[in-house]
Design a protein around this ligand. Structure first.
Ligand SMILES: [Zn+2]
Length: 105
């Protein structure tokens, strides 16, 4: 009797899944930052900050703010994560732009 029964899962499919996971989460620092944004403390701070800064603070933009941008990224300066002066209220499009800019060297 053969012991190895072929399954429907192909190795190619597994490789694609692994590659996708890598693209979403490239480094341990990124994983840490992601964990940070899930904390109750951050969610509380974010609500407080957006109540004080209800409008997007990007130049020339006056959309309602929905995101809190860190001028110094949390992965670089975790000590500034809850410092108001290190944070900027942004609407979603401006925040995406800031984050992309910040991710580049
Ligand atoms: Zn904006």
């Amino acid at each position: 009797m053969p012991q190895a029964i072929p399954t429907h899962r192909s190795t190619a499919h597994a490789a694609i899944r692994q590659e996708t996971a890598r693209q979403h989460d490239r480094s341990p620092a990124r994983r840490e930052a992601h964990a940070f944004y899930c904390t109750a403390r951050w969610k509380r701070y974010r609500r407080w900050f957006l109540a004080r800064h209800p409008m997007c603070e990007a130049k020339g933009c006056d959309e309602p703010a929905t995101e809190v941008h860190h001028r110094e990224p949390v992965r670089k300066r975790p000590d500034l994560a809850f410092v108001e002066a290190n944070c900027e209220a942004n609407c979603r499009p401006c925040h995406s732009r800031e984050t992309i800019k910040g991710a580049r060297p």
